[in-house]
Design a protein around this ligand. Structure first.
Ligand SMILES: Cc1cc2nc3c(=O)[nH]c(=O)nc-3n(C[C@H](O)[C@H](O)[C@H](O)COP(=O)(O)OP(=O)(O)OC[C@H]3O[C@@H](n4cnc5c(N)ncnc54)[C@H](O)[C@@H]3O)c2cc1C
Length: 434
């Protein structure tokens, strides 16, 4: 009979699997990690474009619960945690030129609907309709609705389509009509407390920690993966690369308590494809950072195919140093155009409002990802522990908090039992010793 010494098997070596494996191993447990590809990190990846090592997926983290910054500090990256420049983002409306994104809102929900920036985006009629929100009572009966439906009822269609949709798409890769209200942490509660959406948005902004809502890491978020991988080696985690667990049934073959940290095992991967185009440009006209940190595109805008553009060298000063005078621009697409490189160049020209001739493009990089949708309750297999994006929410902050809490709850009963056993032994000793 085979006797296994593996107490935990973690399937999937993205950020969720790595954080889980590390926390278990640091608690003295024996851990095996199984990864389908030949490298760790999943969506927290890097690629070389124009000779610069750039994040190819996640490029920042939410500061709201300090989880990611705490992890970065534990991994020795304290001195390299950086804030983005305070250049705001811009909005590309369905037609016309880009406008600054009102700076007071949350997820595009205006906190002060009648301020000049909001009127510039919504028009006076749209802004007055949004202001009606303060007069509509909130009974809190229907909360099983989408964010889009809620904002439309209280602030009108223009607010949904012109403000909320571009921002929500940038964060969740979803239209607000497809984003359940409950996935927006804290909004429902603050709406119940304050009675209007604008007041809820104001109070959410006030509750944000001082400084920026997101931070990054000098050298790229992907450095978290390098450091986590080093820790796994230090704590003796066995890593198996290029082994794909094909089905939920196959989990039964694995040793110890199995933790699924990979989408596609308990249910087929469903979700949206996101294609990223990265341009490294020789374009002095961009030195003036004409669109701040980047541009979010309103749904229905047909003049560009991109859904968002980040002017990465304007957003991150460390990247500006690394790029040595060149500019880095990253565009995201829901549907990949036939000629991605050329479309990205033309979209960048239009969104940034500067001429970018073909010879200004020094290099181009392409990356494609799937953003998985959450796992339905019925897809959870009894006894199988799951971490990661399908259960922990969108974004590193939520995923890491969830993974930490999952490990703590897995260890708690065993530790409590061990403590009780130790207490029993101590009292036995006490009795024996009189
Ligand atoms: C373009 C893009 C930009 C993003 N930007 C940000 C951002 O700026 N900030 C932020 O907080 N979040 C961002 N996110 C979201 C964030 O990157 C993800 O939510 C997070 O990295 C998901 O981590 P995970 O470990 O759950 O899954 P993954 O990263 O998907 O990792 C899963 C791992 O499991 C492996 N695997 C899959 N199937 C199997 C199998 N059958 N057997 C064994 N192994 C398997 C995969 O190879 C992979 O290594 C972004 C996502 C995308 C796509």
């Amino acid at each position: 009979m085979r006797v296994s010494t593996t107490e935990f098997t973690v399937v999937g070596g993205g950020i969720a699997g790595l954080v889980t494996a590390r926390r278990l191993a640091m608690a003295g447990r024996t851990v095996r990690l199984i990864e389908a590809s030949n490298h760790l990190g999943g969506t927290v990846a890097s690629h070389l474009v124009g000779g610069i090592n750039l994040d190819a997926g996640a490029e920042s983290f939410a500061t709201r619960n300090n989880t990611v910054a705490d992890l970065a500090r534990e991994l020795g990256l304290s001195d390299d945690i950086v804030s983005p420049s305070d250049e705001g983002a811009w909005l590309q409306p369905v037609s016309g030129v880009a406008l600054p994104l009102p700076s007071t809102g949350v997820l595009g929900i205006p906190a002060t609907p009648l301020d000049a920036q909001t009127i510039a985006v919504l028009g006076l009629g749209g802004a007055l309709r949004a202001q009606l929100d303060s007069l509509i009572p909130w009974f809190g009966k229907r909360t099983d609705i989408s964010l889009g439906a809620l904002v439309r009822r209280r602030m009108g269609k223009a607010t949904v389509e012109k403000l909320v949709a571009p921002v929500v798409h940038g964060v969740y890769s979803l239209h607000p009509n497809d984003l359940p209200l409950e996935r927006v942490a804290g909004l429902k509660e603050r709406l119940a407390l304050h009675g209007s959406l604008a007041a809820a948005a104001r109070s959410m902004r006030d509750a944000m920690p001082a400084g920026t809502a997101v931070q990054g890491i000098r050298g790229g978020i992907n450095r978290l993966i390098t450091e986590l991988a080093a820790d796994l080696t230090t704590y003796g985690v066995i890593i198996e690369f290029e082994r794909r667990i094909e089905s939920a049934e196959a989990l039964a073959e694995l040793d110890g308590t199995v933790i699924v940290a990979a989408p596609g095992i308990l249910a087929p991967v469903r979700g949206r494809t996101v294609t990223l185009a990265t341009l490294v440009l020789d374009a002095p006209a961009l030195d003036a950072e004409p669109r701040g940190s980047g541009v979010l595109v309103a749904p229905g805008c047909t003049t560009v195919s991109a859904r968002a553009l980040t002017h990465s060298t304007a957003k991150w000063s460390w990247l500006q140093e690394y790029a040595e005078g060149r500019h880095i621009v990253r565009l995201s697409y829901n549907e990949e155009p036939a000629d991605l490189a050329e479309t990205a160049r033309l979209d960048a020209e239009l969104l940034l409002g500067v001429s970018l001739p073909p010879e200004s493009v020094i290099d181009f990089g392409r990356q494609q990802w799937i953003r998985p949708t959450p796992l339905a309750a019925a897809e959870r297999t009894d006894g199988v522990v799951v971490v990661g994006e399908t259960v922990g929410g969108t974004g590193l902050a939520g995923i890491i908090s969830h993974a930490n809490a999952t490990v703590d709850s897995l260890l708690a009963p065993a530790d409590d039992a061990a403590d009780e056993a130790a207490d029993d032994e101590e009292s036995e000793d006490a009795r024996e010793n009189g």
